[in-house]
Design a protein around this ligand. Structure first.
Ligand code: RFL
Ligand code: PHB
Length: 391
């Protein structure tokens, strides 16, 4: 078999790339290790940058988003018993915070690929990219016990942090940068009304907490936890009690609790692999980089990679020019490192570190006081949170 681009992974990166290329008349085959339902069961990001919303519209999957997404003018930062708003809309000249879950983005993309008869294979086992440093790349995999092989022009590694693509490149050509944080986030999803009409990021001496949402009837809450804790250690009651303690009094009082639909722990990590292109293999999204979720940048960075990659591949197929392909890695990495910086900074001012002293807590409070009272500092936070331009 032959196609133009083999895409490994049907997360948001792979599906969005497949959809954008299809709309330009470019053939793709998407190979996903898991089942469709498994991919849809993962509860992850919830905040979309304007650039990602625009890209989803270009991909013709913006209809339900436009109807159902919640649009927020800003976010709140809570610290020292107070709540302060960052008015993103006025600080950035009109950009807003779009709240729409990654699960819904993925579902919209899957439905669009199905409606256009896209080639997607779920439960593809042992997917391996080969010969991408030469002119005849191919990918092998097994489906229903049968070994298969597909030849292509390019391979897109959109298979996340644990995928095969990054592990397939000669390790001496790959440079990695990493920071592992000494804590995780315990997340809980429940069919209860959100406690506030905007997200609340809370710095508290017991640890960080975040109040976010999926709709007007579905809430998502996170609390900082130790890396060795298990979701089973946290009954719903224990979670709600701990969350209440980490929120300002009026918010804690307004909190509506209920049974959890999902509870999971995510470790926090910063990671970048350079470069993001190896001959005819590209890495995109979590396959190339991870950010701690504090800045809500993971999914949005995946989208900007796909913007650059789809543009480069489209230019190649339309004009034969490899100019944009040659600058793909450098262009992505410039934006990625700025998002790394922002996510690290948000993480460092909001969490309790094991070696935090009372002095460190006061410094965090001073920083939060500064960013919520200085227009210059608030503008810097706002322009990063709503998303830096795709350039
Ligand atoms: P994904 O979503 O991980 O999708 C990769 C897909 O590749 C498949 N795969 C393979 N397929 C074939 N062969 C193989 N060998 C394969 N290995 C893997 C996987 O099954 C999967 O379907 O990467 P993608 O598309 O780049 O999308 C990136 C986003 O998912 C990610 O950046 C965000 O979800 C990160 N993230 C969060 N970002 C936020 O902005 N806000 C959040 O609150 C937030 N919470 C999270 C997160 C990531 C988490 N992970 C990775 C554990 C919470 C968690 C738990
Ligand atoms: C979420 O809604 O899951 C969410 C929102 C903002 C973040 C992280 C997660 O920074």
């Amino acid at each position: 078999m032959r196609t133009q681009v083999v895409i490994i992974g049907a997360g948001p990166s792979g599906l969005l790339l497949s959809q954008l290329l299809h709309l330009k008349g470019i053939d793709t085959l998407v190979l996903e290790r898991q089942s469709r339902n498994y991919v849809l069961s993962r509860i992850r990001a919830g905040v979309l940058e304007q650039g990602m919303v625009d890209l989803l519209k270009t991909a013709q999957v913006g209809e339900r988003l436009e109807r159902e997404a919640l649009i927020h003018g800003g976010i709140e930062l809570a610290f020292n018993g107070q709540r302060r708003q960052i008015d993103m809309k006025s600080l950035t000249g009109g950009s807003v915070v779009t709240v729409y879950g990654q699960t819904e983005v993925t579902r919209d993309l899957m439905d669009a690929r199905d409606a256009m008869n896209g080639h997607l294979i779920y439960e593809a086992e042992d997917v391996v990219p080969h010969d991408f440093d030469g002119g005849r790349p191919r990918v092998t995999y097994r489906k229903d016990g049968v070994e298969r092989e597909v030849f292509c022009d390019y391979i897109a590694g959109c298979d996340g942090y644990h995928g095969i693509s990054r592990r397939s490149v000669p390790q001496e050509t790959l440079k990695t940068f990493e920071r592992v944080y000494p804590f995780g986030w315990l997340g809980l999803l429940s069919d209860t009304p959100p406690v506030n009409d905007e997200l609340i990021y809370s710095n508290h001496e017991r640890g960080f907490a975040l109040c976010t949402m999926r709709s007007l009837t579905r809430s998502r809450y996170y609390i900082q936890c130790a890396t060795d804790e298990k979701p089973e250690d946290w009954s719903d009651d224990r979670f709600w009690d701990e969350l209440r303690k980490r929120l300002p009094g009026d918010v804690a009082e307004a909190l509506v609790t209920g049974p959890s639909i999902e509870k999971s722990i995510a470790p926090l990590r910063s990671f970048v692999a350079e470069p993001m292109r190896f001959g005819r293999l590209f890495l995109a999204g979590d396959a190339a980089h991870i950010v701690p979720p504090t800045g809500a940048k993971g999914l949005n960075l995946a989208a900007s990679d796909i913007f650059f990659l789809s543009r480069a591949l489209t230019a190649f197929y339309e004009t034969g020019s490899e100019e944009l392909i040659d600058c793909y890695s450098e262009q992505c990495l410039r934006r990625i490192w700025k998002a790394q910086r922002f996510s690290w900074w948000m993480t460092s001012i909001l969490h309790r570190f094991p070696d935090s002293s009372p002095y460190d807590l006061r410094l965090q409070q001073a920083e939060l006081d500064y960013v919520t009272t200085s227009t210059a500092a608030a503008t810097a936070l706002a322009e990063n949170y709503v998303g830096l331009p795709y350039e």
